[in-house]
Every structure is written in structure tokens, then in C-alpha cells.
Design a protein around this ligand. Structure first.
Ligand code: SLL
Length: 214
């Protein structure tokens, strides 16, 4: 007979919002000279509003860039985070594993760690929101999730212990929009130059044909 961690709660969808991202601060120039590393960074997976997610998350596996020693890092209890120093830009693969009795498959997440500062003090903050969705959760997972209330929105303002906020999200969106507009403008300029070049080419071709015909 099927047990609660095999049977599925049909027709039910449960969503648990999480925040994952990184903060990075510049290293002193002396350190950078010695190691080429430009920043100290921390990547973390958290519940929204600092909610403890360990009642359903068993462990988080962070896969760092292959240039790091032991790039697979497993964190088995909160805070689910890794701190390192480094440089450049790379994609971190993050895998959420759920408590074994839930019998739910791990959820993969991806985060781009980008150590090129754009804030004035050189601090970098980048966060993603995601909502692991459990469709037809196992009965065991259904029990685990519904025994805990979960908040579903980000706090309005950024604070030292809460860098992920609606405010930070708005600021990030504004930056994306500005960059998008800049790229559009550059595209427009390139297109103008290309049109002019095409015109010129056309004129040279007609001139050449005219000379040949003579
Ligand atoms: C880039 N494609 O050039 C990337 C590679 C690799 C970053 C970035 C390792 C630090 C260490 C590190 O920061 N790697 O030496 O442990 O932007």
C-alpha cells in the first residue's frame, strides 16, 4: 500500500516563495593585488522576510565556478549560504533539496554572480525571487507545508539585515530599464550607420555598372 510520502494530494498546488541572490563588497586593493580577487561575496537562499525554510528544505547545494576548489558546496542547515572571494562573472547553480520524508524532487535554481560593481560604494546586490511550486504534493509534503504559515511578500524597504526588498527590486528594475533604453539607442545608431553604409554601397555599385556599360 502507498504510504503518505508516496501518495499524492491530487488537485492541490502549494507555493512557497523564497529569495536567493548575492551581496558582494570590494576587497582592499592590497588583497586584490595579491590574489586577483576583487570582491568578497555571499550567495544565499532564504525565506521571504527571513522566514525559516528549514522545515521543508533539507539542504542546499551550491555549484560554484570550476575555478574554485571543491566547487560543489552543500549546506545542511540555515543560513543556507556560501561566502567566498573572487572576480569576474559566472553562473551559480543552486539546488534545493527537500526533507526526505516529503519524497519531492530537488528544485534547480540559477543565479548570475557578477562582480562588476555599479553601486557607488562598490557594493553589489542582486536577488531573484522564485516560488517552488508543489503540484499534487505528496501527502507528507502537504502536511509539512500546511502546518506552517508562510508570508508571501517581500518587505517594503531595504535594511542592513534584509537586503532583499520591494525597494531593492524596484531599483533593480529601474536599472534594467535604463540599460534597456541605452541599448535601444545604441541599436538605433548602429542601424542608422548601417543604412548609410548600405546606401553608399548601392551608389558605388550603380556607378561601377554605369562605367562598365560605357
Ligand atoms: C569570467 N567566465 O572571466 C568568468 C570566470 C571565474 C571566477 C570567472 C575563482 C577564485 C579562485 C573565481 O573567482 N573565479 O581563484 O578561487 O568572468
Amino acid at each position: 500500500m502507498a504510504t503518505p510520502n508516496q501518495r499524492r494530494t491530487k488537485g492541490v498546488t502549494i507555493v512557497r516563495p523564497i529569495v536567493y541572490g548575492n551581496i558582494a563588497t570590494p576587497l582592499p586593493p592590497r588583497k586584490t593585488q595579491e590574489t586577483d580577487h576583487t570582491h568578497k561575496w555571499t550567495v544565499s537562499v532564504r525565506g521571504v522576510n527571513g522566514e525559516d525554510i528549514s522545515y521543508y528544505v533539507k539542504k542546499v547545494v551550491f555549484k560554484l565556478h570550476e575555478t574554485y576548489q571543491n566547487p560543489m558546496r552543500t549546506i545542511e542547515q540555515p543560513p543556507f549560504e556560501i561566502s567566498e572571494t573572487g572576480w569576474g562573472e559566472f553562473e551559480l547553480a543552486i539546488k534545493l533539496h527537500f526533507v526526505p520524508e516529503s519524497n519531492e524532487k530537488p528544485v534547480p535554481l540559477y543565479h548570475n554572480l557578477r562582480l562588476h560593481p555599479y553601486e557607488e560604494d562598490g557594493t553589489i546586490l542582486s536577488a531573484n525571487k522564485n516560488k517552488p511550486v508543489f503540484t499534487d504534493p505528496t501527502e507528507a509534503m502537504y502536511q509539512i507545508l500546511t502546518q506552517h504559515n508562510s508570508s508571501s511578500t517581500l518587505p517594503p524597504k531595504t535594511a542592513p539585515n534584509q537586503p532583499y526588498s520591494l525597494q531593492a527590486e524596484q531599483e533593480e528594475l529601474k536599472l534594467i530599464e535604463q540599460t534597456y533604453r541605452k541599448v535601444q539607442e545604441q541599436l538605433r545608431q548602429y542601424k542608422e550607420r548601417m543604412d548609410a553604409a548600405t546606401n553608399e554601397l548601392q551608389q558605388v555599385k550603380s556607378e561601377l555598372e554605369r562605367l562598365r556599360a560605357k
